[in-house]
Design a protein around this ligand. Structure first.
Ligand code: NAD
Length: 524
């Protein structure tokens, strides 16, 4: 009999399902994980919630084959060490999404109707009816940042309140957003036009501190920010400053650390609760059921769809995964970071076609800031399906002798509104190189680091105008490529520079050189 160790306070339905399917189960939420691991070296599967699963703990269970995180985030598990030990790590994505979506509605209503203060004062014998003039959620404009599992469910829950929903998510397709009834707009517009902005994006190096003074400053006086995502997304000092100026309302569920003690946001939070977004009986039941069923499907049918640290097959090296990531990132920057690609097409040469599914993960990582490096083993196809983005790997003729190389095309829209970015590249002496962007061939530049790309009508003097703007700001140019396109009409200038280039400088380059397109990107 295979042994499953449930080392957390999880609904007992998981143990029941597993036992019914002839697994030996030990469930213990009182003993610490280190002791449990020592006492159960024969465990085949481990189920946890937010318990820390370190390399040391993993090493105490030499028979372990799978760890299941009953929940979405898995940053508490050393997934890389697990991989090295041949252990698959799974999560149960979406199992608690409804709980969080409902929490957001609860926080908005409780805040609008002063429920907490109303209860406290009435209980104390006061009658402060006049003080508690409320507001209604019905008909309000709600901006949702991140239209994943939680964001999408929140849209559904809000439809009953006749809300106008604005959304910002870098990868959702316009047609999927339309089906949901969401008006996609820029990050700035979401903040500018919403009565309530609710955050549902992951914390990553790209989203840390994203909600800053500039965005918050666009909000209307008296509007509301709800954070049930992660604390690090908001720049707390900026919120403090703008809240004082604009009398914003702030409802919060999340903290830098989940523990008792004073909280730094106490002075700015109008309503704060102890990270209870996913804390419902139903979410616990869902996650428990999913955890047990996923273990059974994994053992009996080899179902690995929720494995988050999947191994890469022999034959696909790291350089070509990196190349796929770089090309997708360049294509996304070239198409425009405000664009919403709804179609990805690849041509993979030199036998790389066999690894199209595995390469989908770094490609998604390249087009979506959501795919933090920790996600790069995740099955990307399910993710793309949810976003309404199609992924096609075109058949190629390997007899053409293109070597190991690839083309990644991103499309947005169709017919007259179709926009496309096509980027081709290869690995040269161990370095991923971009060889072509749309009609600009023989580029051969290293896409890593800071780059500025400018497309302009080919005529004398334009390149000098571009470089003089860059020089004006003390930015050093390390390398330049500037070929003409195949028709000889336009040129592209690719400047590799020594530091970041602001949107204002890019706008200046565009204005002074009369460029058709100018973009900046940084690939670390
Ligand atoms: P998800 O992965 O299904 O969706 C996240 C969405 O954010 C994706 O659609 C992605 O494209 C989008 N995104 C990524 N970066 C973005 C950016 N810079 N701007 C706009 N959109 C961006 O995740 P989910 O299950 O919906 O959860 C969202 C977050 O909520 C999680 O990352 C987690 O941090 C948090 N969460 C909190 C609780 C809680 O108890 N309060 C519970 C579960 C999840």
């Amino acid at each position: 009999m295979r042994k499953v160790l449930i080392a957390t306070k999880l609904n007992t339905v998981a143990a029941e399902i597993l036992k019914k399917n002839e697994y030996a189960v030990t469930q213990d939420s009182e003993t610490d994980l280190g002791t449990l691991a020592k006492d159960h070296p024969d465990a085949f599967a481990l189920i946890v919630r937010s318990e820390k699963v370190t390399a040391d703990i993993i090493d105490l269970m030499p028979n372990l084959k799978v760890i299941v995180r009953a929940g979405a985030g898995f940053n508490t598990i050393d997934i890389k060490h697990a991989r090295r030990q041949g252990i698959d790590v799974m999560n149960t994505p979406g199992a608690n999404a409804n709980a969080v979506a409902e929490e957001v509605v609860a926080l908005i209503l409780a805040s609008f109707r002063h429920l907490v203060a109303g209860d406290n004062t009435t209980r104390d014998g006061l009658w402060e009816k006049k003080k508690f003039m409320g507001r209604e959620l019905t008909g309000k404009t709600v901006g949702i940042l991140g239209l994943g599992n939680i964001g999408q469910l929140l849209v559904k829950r809000l439809t009953g309140f006749d809300c106008r929903i604005l959304g910002y998510d870098p990868v959702i397709s316009p047609s999927k957003a339309e089906d949901l009834g969401v008006e996609l707009c820029s990050l700035e517009k979401v903040f500018e036009m919403s009565d309530i902005v609710s955050l549902h994006i992951p914390e990553s190096k790209e989203t840390r501190g994203l909600i800053n003074e500039k965005l918050l400053g666009l909000m209307r006086p008296g509007s509301m920010v709800v954070n049930c995502a992660r604390a690090g997304i908001i720049n707390e000092d900026d919120l403090r400053k703008v809240k004082a100026e604009k009398k914003l309302i702030f409802c919060n569920d999340v903290y830098p650390e989940d523990k008792a003690g004073p909280k730094s946001i106490t002075d700015i939070a109008d309503l704060m609760v102890p990270h209870i977004g996913a804390n419902t009986e139903e979410a616990n039941l869902n996650a428990a059921t999913r955890a047990a069923e996923q273990i059974i499907a994994y053992v009996e049918r080899g179902v690995m769809s929720c494995v988050v640290n999947r191994a890469v097959p022999d034959g696909l090296d790291e350089d070509h995964q990196l190349l796929a990531f770089y090309l997708a990132k360049v294509a996304r920057s070239y198409l425009g970071t405000d664009s919403h690609p709804d179609r990805i097409e690849t041509s993979l040469y030199g036998g790389l076609s066999d690894y199209a599914n595995w390469l989908a993960a770094p490609i998604v990582l390249g087009i979506s800031s959501d795919f933090d490096p920790v996600f790069d083993f995740q099955d990307a196809s399910e993710y793309l399906r949810e976003k309404g983005i199609t992924f096609t790997n075109r058949p190629v003729d390997d007899s053409k002798g293109y070597g190991k190389s690839m083309t990644i095309d991103l499309f947005e829209g169709s017919g007259n509104t179709l926009t496309k970015a096509s980027v081709r590249g290869t690995v040269t002496e161990g370095n991923p190189m971009v060889s072509r962007i749309d009609g600009f061939d023989k580029l051969y530049f290293d896409p890593s680091g800071h780059s500025v790309m400018v497309v302009y009508k080919d005529c004398p003097g334009v390149l000098a105008k571009i470089t003089s703007v860059v020089a004006r700001y003390g930015i050093n140019i390390n390398d330049i490529r500037c070929p003409r396109d195949l028709k000889g009409e336009d040129s592209i200038a690719i400047l590799k520079v020594n530091r970041s280039v602001s949107t204002e400088i890019i706008d200046e380059i565009k204005a002074e050189s009369g460029a058709k397109k100018a973009v900046y990107f940084n690939i670390e």
